[in-house]
Ligand binder design. Structure first.
Ligand code: HEM
Length: 223
């Protein structure tokens, strides 16, 4: 076993941990966004968004989150390049386990999610930090940012809805593979538990995908 092999294992460890961390962010992000569907006044969502946008602990945590994205993406690119360069050797070895850890589509679905993320942050996050989110004018929340209104306005446009839904389908594909692959990279592979983990991986990927897709669709057609 060469040094290179060890360092690539370390990268797989780190990309797996960062990926699982990003997935917990997605679950929280989804839970907060779903509030928009259950409250037409958008009050619940706006209060949650306001808390997330002002709580000092979460402000610090946001940079940890961006760091998690950066590490995950950079290591993903490096691993993929190494994988491409090692391909002839891998064919010779026919090492199935090694290949399945790094599915050949992850880099492409990942790239699409990255493009989505840049557009998404421009739509919402940049608007927020530049202070151009509309304010609530009536009700006892007057003066608070109406981030919910920004989302509803965007998802009343068919093009946006289509773009988001397509991006979420790629996200679902990425997550479906990622979760079980992360467990494999962390060495948590076990004949008894692996089928359960695979089932859980599918479930989490489906819940996140269906959950995220439901938001633009329901807003477009029913709000
Ligand atoms: C319908 C689905 C989604 C909606 C409505 C939505 C909405 C938002 C909004 C309003 C913000 C700004 C929050 C604020 O700063 O107050 C935001 C931030 C963000 N979103 Fe989303 N989002 C969705 C899906 C996603 C997905 C699938 C991802 C990741 C792949 C994602 C990643 C992020 C990140 C990284 C931030 C910046 C961090 C933060 O502000 O906490 N979002 N999103």
């Amino acid at each position: 076993m060469s040094m290179k092999f060890y360092s690539s294992l370390t990268k797989k460890y780190v990309i797996a941990l960062a990926g699982l961390f990003l997935m917990t962010f997605l679950l929280v992000h989804l839970a907060i966004n779903l509030l928009l569907l259950f409250d037409d006044s958008r009050g619940l969502f706006n209060i949650a968004a306001h808390f997330m946008g002002t709580n000092p602990f979460i402000q610090i945590f946001q940079w940890v989150l961006f760091g998690g994205f950066a590490i995950h993406i950079l290591i993903g690119i490096v691993l993929q390049i190494q994988n491409w360069m090692a391909r002839p050797k891998q064919y010779a070895r026919r090492n199935g386990a090694e290949e399945s850890i790094f599915s050949r589509y992850m880099i492409y679905t990942g790239a699409i999610i990255f493009i989505f993320l840049v557009i998404h942050l421009t739509n919402f996050f940049i608007r927020k930090i530049s202070g151009t989110v509309p304010e609530i004018t009536s009700s006892d929340l007057a003066g608070m940012e109406d981030m919910g209104l920004l989302i509803v306005e965007k998802f009343k446009m068919g093009g946006y809805v289509l773009f988001y839904v397509i991006a979420f389908l790629f996200l679902g594909f990425h997550l479906d593979h990622a979760f079980q692959s992360a467990f494999q990279s962390l060495g948590l592979n076990h004949p008894k538990y692996t089928p359960f983990i695979k089932g859980l991986a599918h479930l989490v990927a489906i819940v996140l995908t269906v959950g995220f897709i439901s938001i633009p669709i329901i807003i477009y057609f029913f709000k």
